[in-house]
Design a protein around this ligand. Sequence first.
Ligand SMILES: Cc1cc2nc3c(=O)[nH]c(=O)nc-3n(C[C@H](O)[C@H](O)[C@H](O)COP(=O)(O)OP(=O)(O)OC[C@H]3O[C@@H](n4cnc5c(N)ncnc54)[C@H](O)[C@@H]3O)c2cc1C
Length: 501
Amino acid sequence: MFDRKRVVIIGSGLGGLSCGTILQKNGFDVTVVEQGTQPGGCLQCFERKGAKFETGMHFIGSALPGQTMHSLMNYLGLLDDVKLSQLDENGYDIVSLAGQNFSFANGREPFIETMASYFPKEKDNIRKYYDIVKLIASSSALHSLTSSHRDDAIHAEYQLKSINDELDQIFGDDMLKNVIVGALPLYSAQLDKTPFAQHAHIADFYNQSAFRIVGGSDHIAHSLVANIGRMGGQVITRCKVHRIVCDERQAVGVDTDKGFINADIVVSTIHPMRTLELLAGTNILRPAFCKRINSMPQTNGGFSVYLKFKKNTVPYMNSNFYAYRGNTPWNCEQYTDEQWPKGFLYMHMCHKENPVWAESGIIISYMNYDEVAKWHGTKIGRRGDDYERFKKERAERLINDIERHFPGFKDSVDSFYTSTPLTYVDYTGTEQGSMYGIAKDISLGVAGRVPYRTRIPNLLLAGQNVNSHGMLGVLVGTIIACSELIPAQTIYGQIQQSKCR
Ligand SMILES: Cc1cc2nc3c(=O)[nH]c(=O)nc-3n(C[C@H](O)[C@H](O)[C@H](O)COP(=O)(O)OP(=O)(O)OC[C@H]3O[C@@H](n4cnc5c(N)ncnc54)[C@H](O)[C@@H]3O)c2cc1C
């Protein structure tokens, strides 16, 4: 066991709660502070008229026994509380492009065979693509929980190569190249910018197996909060941090809505620009570092329509459905008012095990912050009639688009609710409502990465902006950040041991 040091963690999203669990498990005295009324950040759900909706995380991958996420969930004590429902193995993702639907099947052979049924001449290239994706994903010890000495070389290569560059090299058929990136809203990929490594990790993560969370992703948050509490730590909600208080060398605690909390270690899991604001007046950080963080690119913002369906009218769709008006998923973030929405992702929520009918669903499309910037500074629920009209009109456009793919859909909608990038600014503090925080850009190289260590020796950064977003990206970032306080081998040993139980 280690010294019982007091750790304050800012933010109770997946990043904060997973750091809290690992540190409390290893003898630290953890307090997680959350500005919102609910813990969870992007794991939060909300209810309207008896229907429940997920606001962020909707599905996770690699969660069959023996796969990485299963091991991590086991280690974090999630398996008893969180029930998963597997998406269709023959088509966990369906990509609709140029009037045709393409299914993504789980596993190497099913994936290759299914894709080759649409593009028979490209079968060898599809095999090559699959194997490169697998090589990249499994060469990362952190993502695969296995050790490999090839990590660095493979990662350096594919972190610096764009997705489209690599696909141009592998495939001859342009349509296939577009189908392969059909799920790119999951990582907000941009042409010529997003590294192929990011595509590979996410493609492999879901290709191994894909699951919805029965009853909603807030079950993950509630389970982690309960585990932290059981081990003696605490999660305090409605407790916004206004300042990270430092002496001339290091952080000594945080000023919050509920007073000063002192700390030996502070872990900030919020957007790095927000962390810098909490450090205003501290001169330990170099101006060049602050400038770099403040000028990093952000992922796209999103507009969501939360749909409550009329009872027993919409058969539960056990796949995620991505559709595009044109024949490419690229550049959907570049649109004129008339062109919007160029594409969307449509999913059902899994309310109970083996559902026959869907009770609620969500449609997500990109939305740039400048569309809602004029309402910046207004308060949730009080942004005015013009904002409500804007959202309603946008929601109707998306609902009409779904109707084209699923005739009769509109008649099944009982009611709908919406969120914009402004909602995420207010609920999670992400910059300009960016869905996944800071964007990866191959042209920035290492300057595009957020470090988990700072010049303030007892301030660590974690959450989706360190490493990557999503269930796996955030948990890998958590392990990296916690490895500053607990030897990485100890954490790995504990993950392996928990597998044996
Ligand atoms: C629409 C959408 C869909 C997604 N779908 C998926 C998916 O299907 N699968 C998947 O794996 N991932 C998905 N993701 C990504 C995933 O949800 C996130 O990457 C992850 O949950 C982020 O966790 P986090 O802890 O880094 O940040 P957050 O969840 O943003 O948590 C940060 C927390 O910090 C709090 N906070 C901020 N400032 C302060 C302060 N000053 N004081 C106290 N608290 C503060 C916020 O209130 C928030 O609770 C999705 C994200 C979005 C937005």
